[in-house]
Design a protein around this ligand. Structure first.
Ligand code: PHE
Length: 454
């Protein structure tokens, strides 16, 4: 076999694996959650902690999920139930993942509804008399029937896509439009960075004040790393089960993490310089994206159209991520419960809607006063999934991969695609055993007040 032939083969399959994984990772987490959490947690110190979490925790956990997924070639519940002989107990990782998918979708569809609403609202704003100001967002997110209507619409659309089994088609569309979203973010960045006073926004993002690293910052950054890279709940294990044998797991995971981080940073660079230039508040909460992007574009010729285009592309990226989230319970219902695909899709969407209504109404007068552990439903679901279930799942996944699967078996899967083991696979393996679970545990214990880091 000629080298050239080998090279071409490897390239084609690696690219496919890369694109699919990025499709699940890039979503509202990049353009909505990353900027809003950065703003609420004081800026650059959070960004730095997040970047460390991606490198020290995210990449190793993704490698384990891909190794176990490709080794087992099963859905997450069965993969973890069978990967350690005699210890079916680990299927709990898959079960917890199903619960995480429901909790995440409950608030994700609320936010996705805002994005879809903004497609319409920004288009209407092109005409006279319907400006897109901060009151627009307040009325939408704080309303009752309007956000519910959009949420139902978003869930119905996602369920229809999955029921029809056309997620492959959607993936293709997402993949072609993703580079466009990237390009539009760059346009946004150029506009935001050339605003007078933009430099303070850049400093806010990149000049860390280490004194701001607190227990909350550590836990939020860790939780965001899991959420962003779709880790700790079996999504990436399922993706691993689709990986070609020759995909090199560590480089693929590293590239995915880099691409995903780049999109987040580009979104941050579009938002914070503008926040500072226009005298807004970085800690603007979940409305930050919706209030800032129309403002940035309003200072450009043709800006109204760019705003519409931005929200259309954001909606497309969101559909891609939602399809990957809904697919978790659907795949299990179809494969294990022998439920027909359309029924599984609408059953899952129904469960997601039940929880989703709680999340949406917790921002409206209807359930606005209900507090559980001091949080409304929206924040509670977000906190429980990102900051509890996913990191705990991450520790369990690292322990299974690093300690319970034999070293030989694990490395054989990790090293596939190479003639000889590359130096970095041993380093990643050492991380998986010692560093990654240790760091997650330290941050979790710190949040519980058992130890005191920050
Ligand atoms: N990573 C996706 C985003 O950033 C969300 C997601 C989480 C998707 C978990 C699948 C699983 O929007």
């Amino acid at each position: 076999m000629s080298t050239q032939h080998q090279g071409r083969d490897a390239f084609a399959s690696n690219l496919g694996a890369f694109a699919a994984t990025v499709g699940s990772a890039v979503g509202l987490g990049n353009i909505w959650k990353f900027p809003y959490l950065t703003g609420s947690n004081g800026g650059a110190a959070f960004v730095l902690t997040y970047l460390l979490a991606v490198a020290l925790v995210g990449v190793p956990v993704m490698a384990v999920e891909h190794v176990i997924g490709r080794r087992m070639r099963l859905d997450a519940v069965r993969a973890y139930g069978r990967v350690v002989p005699g210890q079916r107990f680990w299927s709990a990782i898959g079960w917890a993942g199903l619960l995480s998918a429901l909790l995440i979708m409950a608030f994700y569809t609320d936010v996705a509804g805002w994005v879809f609403a903004y497609v319409l609202k920004s288009a209407l704003a092109l005409g006279p008399g319907r400006p897109l100001g901060p009151e627009t967002f307040g009325a939408l997110a704080g309303g009752t029937w309007e956000p519910i209507g959009w949420q139902v619409g978003v869930l119905a659309l996602t369920a229809t896509i999955i029921a029809a089994g056309v997620s492959k088609g959607i993936e293709k569309v997402t993949k072609t439009l993703m580079p466009l979203l990237f390009a539009l973010l760059l346009v946004c960045d150029v506009r935001a960075l050339t605003l007078p006073g933009a430099a303070s926004g850049v400093a806010y993002l990149f000049r860390p004040d280490l004194g701001k690293i607190s227990g909350t910052v550590l836990l939020s950054a860790l939780g965001l790393a899991f959420f962003k890279l779709s880790l700790g709940m079996g999504t990436m294990t399922t993706y691993g089960s689709y990986l070609p044998e020759e995909t090199r797991i560590v480089p693929n995971a590293t590239r995915v993490a880099l691409a995903d981080t780049l999109v987040s940073l580009l979104a941050g660079l579009a938002i914070f310089p503008a926040v500072f230039a226009f005298g807004g508040k970085p800690a603007g909460g979940p409305g930050l994206l919706f209030n800032t992007i129309p403002l940035v574009f309003s200072r450009m010729p043709g800006g109204g159209l760019f705003t519409v285009l931005f929200f259309v592309l954001a909606a497309v990226a969101t559909i891609g991520a939602m399809v990957s989230l809904v697919e978790v319970p659907v795949a299990w219902l179809v494969e294990k419960g022998h439920v027909a695909r359309p029924a599984a899709a609408f059953l899952t969407a129904g469960a997601m809607l039940a929880l989703g209504l709680l999340a949406t109404l917790s921002q409206s007068p209807v359930l606005g006063d209900v507090r559980i552990f001091g949080k409304g439903f929206f924040d509670l679901f977000d906190f429980l999934s990102s900051n509890v279930l996913l990191p705990v799942g991450g520790v369990a996944i690292a322990v299974v991969g690093g300690w319970l699967v034999s070293r030989k078996e694990f490395l054989a899967e990790l090293d596939k695609g190479y003639a000889a083991e590359p130096w970095y696979d041993r380093i990643v393996y050492a991380f998986i055993r010692y560093v990654t679970p240790g760091l997650i545990l330290l941050i979790l214990l710190n949040s519980l007040g058992v130890i005191r880091l920050a």
